[in-house]
Design a protein around this ligand. Structure first.
Ligand code: TRP
Length: 368
């Protein structure tokens, strides 16, 4: 679990660094194919709403792929992260259960994966104290993801938790010694922050007594090259804008939503992302469902116009999601099972966290 691919400490979003991250990702993919047991992946979501097709194409499929390839898979339900930018937790319990149900419905296997809400793992949260000593407020204020999140809240005053959430996210990753984190390129600064924390912990506190190994693995980003799908109105897909298809929706609800999707006044359907972003986005969604080139689908529809396009998108999505929805409906009837899956994940995560805490205290000479 100590595979290291070397990386850079320069600005994580620069072009050079992006190219570097791509190269590292390719190496990791090759290494996974050779020996998946070298890897532990950690990723997760905030329980703020229901998972939708953006999550499905953007990350869920990839997580299932890694799990099937034999990579040890950890999924954090980031319930504390919900309150970085809002006052209340909302219907948190329902959302945590719903998120777990979505994970299982898309094919995450609770026998193979560890699913846990981070609020339940004391040893993970306890890492915040030493980790906060390793970062400066200037560094956190510069973090592009923190800035973007702050803007997204309409410039409400920044909470201490929003400012420091990259540190908490580093704790999510480092406590279980995950060495890969699948991310989109906008999330690269987070990974950079986690690596900086792992490095500084080692250089300031050293290793646990009698060990020559650092406490924390240095996590690498596994860059997702999945093309971003937009919402049904051609703007960024968002849980709150009602412009997406949630995994849990029925086939009828899906049809109704897609009927209202934005298209344009030109009848003949073509794939032209530059000039026809909404139509092209719908074609892309159909393409992803059918695993086909959106241009071929456009050619088939041609004179059929927007009506035919919407019919194709609806049918493609409903066909793709039918088995997911059927599994979801079954799982929903069995809340005891969902609770068991969470209990088990929480137990495994706590064992791991307590072991890490022992190493942390040893490295810091805080064993009394
Ligand atoms: N911030 C992620 C989100 O956008 C969720 C998350 C929390 C996460 N901790 C993580 C992702 C650790 C990857 C690794 O919802």
């Amino acid at each position: 679990m100590t595979t290291s691919f070397g990386d850079t400490l320069e600005n994580a979003t620069s072009a050079a660094s992006l190219a570097h991250s791509r190269a590292v990702s390719q190496k990791i993919e090759k290494a996974i194919a050779e020996d998946p047991s070298e890897f532990r992946v950690l990723t997760g979501d905030r329980p703020t709403g229901n998972l939708h097709i953006g999550h499905y194409f953007g990350s869920l499929q990839n997580r299932v792929r890694l799990q099937q390839a034999g990579v040890d898979t950890w999924l954090v339900i980031a319930d504390f992260q919900v309150i970085t930018d809002r006052d209340g937790v909302g219907p948190i319990k329902e959302r945590v259960y719903s998120l777990t149900t979505d994970y299982l419905a898309v094919g995450i296997d609770p026998q193979k994966a560890t699913i846990f809400p981070h609020s339940q793992v004391e040893g993970l949260n306890q890492l915040m104290l030493p980790f906060l000593s390793l970062v400066t407020d200037a560094e956190l204020r510069r973090n592009p993801t923190v800035k973007a999140e702050l803007e997204a809240t309409g410039n409400r005053p920044m909470s201490g938790l929003l400012l420091t959430y990259p540190v908490h996210q580093a704790a999510d990753i480092l406590f279980c010694k995950a060495n890969i984190v699948p991310v989109g390129k906008d999330q690269l600064p987070h990974l950079e922050q986690a690596r900086v924390i792992a490095d500084r912990f080692e250089s300031r506190f050293g290793h646990p007594a009698g060990s020559d190994k650092p406490v924390f693995a240095r996590p690498q980003a596994l860059l997702s090259e999945a093309e971003m799908v937009l919402g049904l109105d051609g703007t960024k897909m968002s849980k709150s804008k009602g412009n997406t298809i949630e995994l849990r929706m029925s086939a009828d609800e899906t049809a109704r939503r897609i009927r209202k999707a934005v298209t344009d006044s030109e009848r003949f359907i073509t794939f032209d992302p530059e000039n026809r972003p909404e139509v092209s986005n719908l074609l892309r969604i159909a393409g992803m469902c059918q695993n086909r080139d959106p241009r071929d689908i456009a050619a088939e529809i041609g004179n059929g116009g927007a009506g035919m396009l919407k019919k194709v998108v609806t049918e493609s999505l409903n066909e793709l999601l039918a088995p997911v929805r059927a599994r979801r409906a079954e799982l929903e009837k069995n809340q005891d099972f969902i609770r068991e899956v969470l209990r088990h994940g929480i137990e495994v995560a706590n064992e791991r966290a307590e072991q890490t805490q022992r190493e942390v205290r040893e490295a810091m000479n805080m064993v009394y």
